[in-house]
Design a protein around this ligand. Structure first.
Ligand code: ZN
Length: 548
């Protein structure tokens, strides 16, 4: 007797094979039969031509904090995700000494747009080490399967305390960090994650701890993966971090390297393709490297209270630590504005905002006639400079004006080339982070609906492979990411004619009633994790043994 039998489905194997119509049977959480299957089952579903593929593996999430108060990991399971990789960019909450908790939460608030009130009210700190954190996840359960990176910034803070955001580490401190990384790897971390991106600033506008590491520290920590004999190294890099250096780390450690975030910028159109070309050459020399790309345009809602869009600019640093009236005076200051203008006008290898004022829209203003219009157009009409226009409007409205900036990855021809590149990894949903700025947790449905069905950039089997079999292979996630007898029954049943991501909406369901943007699904007919429905129960497993 099967637990579940799904009949007459268009089966996408997750490995890129041609679709076949048939049935799939599940027992004890695993796929047991595929093809011409019939028999008794506790639940039988006539899919009537709907498509069935392995569940989506979201390899770039930031659910580390949310999972402690919301093991349902909403909204990801409703969007077809059955496995989430957490701890990306190295922004984890373990290891963490009790004395550092507030520091870590303040950093997360700034760098990942998680409300401090929500983190203070929400995080359950019943762990200190990374092994304890993994045990806690296992004890409490989760809706989807979890694979966790050990994070550089947390390890650095654990060893260096408040100095972690101030200075390079001593050899003794690097040695202590190596021990923590090794301990985490032995306990079942999926790899080691870090960031050198100038967009990643913590409390008070200080760089996140990992950005203070020199190349020797980073190289020493990545070599720990060689000692562990497995694990993926992931990094979100700033323009100053060269692919050549990362190739050296790949060679020294013998481990796969995932390089984020390769987002297309129309003001530096060659940048991401140069990085991908360097990654391709490294692979030709025998390294295993991938460029993490996104299938979503990067657009952000923001107010001048916390304008992530601008906070990576050097010229903005003068404003970052300021609060209240002092901050407003800085925004009004002519010399500050001039410095921002000059920096934006200079070419940059990677920068979130590049002066495209016609892609910055007023979303909510005390002057409704401005809403849905761009700052570029409004400034032209008023014969004003666009930066002056935006800042003056915000200052006149107590900084409450909501803007949206379409920042990167909006050129579909270019993004299509990134998605097809053999050295790219479809990634970067950032689910669980930037909660009021954007929500790309439905990236997988967007790949299936928009990039495959609407644009034909990928065939349906290719899109399914990019979301399942491919990340499973990269991260060594065993017995998942394919429809094969014996594999775990992580499944997504959807209508290929309608699948897509739906609109995002603002909800207030975080701890302390804090807001976030919520994503929605179109054309999803069923999601199973280990053969069970994640929306109703917590069938996810903590993955601790990897083949990579
Ligand atoms: Zn990230």
């Amino acid at each position: 007797m099967y637990d579940l039998l799904i009949k007459s489905a268009l089966l996408l194997d997750g490995l890129g094979g041609a679709p076949k119509t048939g049935a799939l049977a599940v027992a004890d959480g695993r796929i047991v039969d595929i093809g011409d299957v019939d028999g008794a089952a506790r639940e039988t579903i006539d899919a009537d031509g709907l498509a069935l593929m392995p569940g989506i593996i979201d390899n770039h999430t930031h659910y580390d904090a949310q999972v402690t108060w919301d093991p349902s990991l909403s909204p990801s399971p409703s969007l077809g995700v059955t496995t989430a990789v957490i701890g990306n960019c190295g922004f984890t909450i373990a290891p963490c000494k009790p004395a550092d908790r507030e520091r870590v939460m303040r950093n997360l608030t700034q760098v990942e747009g998680m409300s401090l009130e929500a983190l203070l009210a929400g995080i359950r700190w019943d762990f200190e080490s990374m092994p304890q954190y993994l045990d806690m996840l296992e004890r409490r359960g989760a809706a989807v399967n979890l694979a966790a990176f050990v994070g550089h910034s947390s390890v650095r803070t654990y060893v260096m305390g408040s100095d972690a955001t101030e200075r390079a580490a001593t050899p003794g401190e690097v040695e202590q960090m190596r021990k923590l990384v090794l301990e985490a790897m032995r306990a079942g971390a999926v790899g080691f994650a870090t960031s050198t991106s100038p967009a990643h600033n913590g409390a008070g506008g200080k760089p996140m701890p990992s950005r203070l590491a020199d190349e020797e520290e980073l190289a020493a920590l990545v070599r720990t993966l060689k000692d562990a004999g497995r694990g993926v190294f992931m990094l979100t890099k700033g323009g100053q971090t060269k692919v050549e250096f990362l190739e050296r780390l790949a060679a020294e450690s013998g481990r796969p390297v995932v390089v984020a975030a390769l987002l297309y910028s129309s003001t530096n159109p060659q940048g991401v393709f140069d990085d991908l070309a360097a990654i391709r050459e490294a692979n030709a020399r025998g390294r295993r490297m991938l460029g993490a790309v996104s299938c979503c345009p990067l657009s952000m809602d923001f107010t001048l209270h916390s304008p992530y869009t601008f906070e990576g600019l050097d010229a903005w640093k003068a404003a970052l630590p300021l609060k209240g009236e002092a901050y407003k005076r800085k925004l009004a200051d002519a010399a500050f504005r001039q410095a921002v203008r000059e920096e934006i006008a200079r070419p940059a290898h990677f920068r979130l905002f590049n002066g495209e004022w016609d892609k910055v829209q007023v979303v909510e203003s005390a002057r409704p006639e401005y809403e849905q219009r761009t700052v570029g157009a409004l400034a032209r009409e008023a014969r004003r400079d666009p930066l002056d226009f935006m800042l003056d409007l915000a200052l006149a409205e107590n900084l409450d004006t909501v803007f949206n900036a379409l920042l990167l990855n909006s050129d579909e021809e270019a993004v299509g080339r990134l998605l097809r590149d053999p050295c790219s990894l479809v990634s970067l949903s950032d689910a669980g982070a930037h909660l009021t700025f954007f929500n790309d947790a439905a990236f997988g449905l967007h790949l299936l609906g928009h990039w495959s069905r609407e644009l034909g950039v990928l065939t349906l089997p290719q899109a399914a492979w990019r979301l399942t079999g491919h990340p499973a292979r990269v991260f060594g996630i065993r017995e998942r990411g394919a429809l094969k007898p014996g594999y775990f029954a992580d499944l997504l049943l959807f209508d290929p004619a309608t699948v897509n991501r739906g609109p995002n909406r603002r909800v207030f369901d975080l701890p302390a009633g804090q807001p976030r943007l919520m994503a929605s699904a179109l054309g999803v007919h069923g999601v199973w994790v280990n053969g069970r429905r994640p929306i109703e129960e917590l069938p996810g497993k903590v993955l601790r043994e990897f083949a990579a």
